[in-house]
Design a protein around this ligand. Structure first.
Ligand code: PEP
Length: 250
């Protein structure tokens, strides 16, 4: 049985003060949604503060990115062992904003996935097609290519614990959500692709949906058999809305 994960990607938002309020709200509401695992992904600079505020609670934390390198002359980068210092449980790799705005290729992302595993931080691998790719009918080919890069480097084994987030790019931050049927179709495709390598592992892999998920549509999405949680952007910046999404998954 896969426990649902509701993960909040704060992107480049928040301040020390707003984060205190947000985390207080999440801490206060977490017990009521205990059937679902919660995790938050602050900007790097708030990591230490988030760790302090969440230590000893059931809410996990992680970062939105990491370097593929372990240390050295990589100005502006943050390495896996640094995430370990702050007891990160998860790290997001290959978010579509990293792919499109910062030119991260499937291969770079696969190396980031490996770098996270090397330090015992669970990667959340984001995959998903653009609107143009969906309209061309190549959604499955795109998602398969993105996952294959990781399979080629790391094999199927890590997917017993690693998380995949299917995030159609056209649904991220646009208010336009995939229908539950559209999302389920791609999630089932991803699981079938993993099952071709190892059916047991494929049953364990949590596959989250991301793209304008909010309390109003979460119930329908999270009821789908292959949707094991959500990666939430905008709606994760308000404790009440974030917790309401989790509630829909309970
Ligand atoms: C995201 O950035 O991963 C995301 C899903 O954003 P939003 O929920 O705002 O669409």
């Amino acid at each position: 049985m896969r426990r649902k994960l509701v993960a909040g990607n704060w992107k480049m938002n928040g301040s020390a003060e707003s984060i205190r309020g947000l985390l207080q709200g999440i801490r206060e509401g977490a017990a009521a949604v205990a059937a679902v695992e919660l995790a938050v992904f602050p900007p790097f600079v708030y990591l230490e503060s988030v760790e302090k505020q969440l230590s000893g609670t059931t809410v996990g934390w992680g970062t939105q990115n990491l370097s593929e390198h372990t240390s050295g002359a990589y100005t502006g980068e943050v390495a896996g062992p640094m995430l370990q210092d702050f007891h990160c449980k998860y790290v997001i790799v290959g978010h579509s904003e990293r792919r499109t705005l910062y030119g991260e290729t499937d291969q770079v992302i696969a190396r980031k996935f490996a770098a996270a595993r090397k330090v015992g931080v669970c990667p959340i691998l984001c995959v998903g097609e653009t609107l143009e790719e969906r309209e061309k009918g190549v959604t499955e080919a795109v998602v398969e290519r993105q996952i294959k890069a990781v399979l080629d480097l790391e094999g199927i084994g890590p997917f017993a614990e690693a998380v995949i987030a299917y995030e159609p790019v056209w649904a991220i931050g646009t208010g336009r959500t995939a229908t539950s049927a559209q999302a389920q179709e791609v999630h089932a495709f991803i699981r079938a692709k993993l099952a071709a390598f190892d059916a047991h592992v494929a049953q364990q892999t949590r596959i989250l949906y991301g793209g304008s998920m909010k309390a109003a549509n979460a119930g329908e999405l999270l009821a789908m058999p292959d949707i094991d949680g959500g990666l939430i952007g905008g709606a994760s910046l308000e404790a009440k809305e974030f917790l309401a999404i989790a509630k829909a998954g309970c």
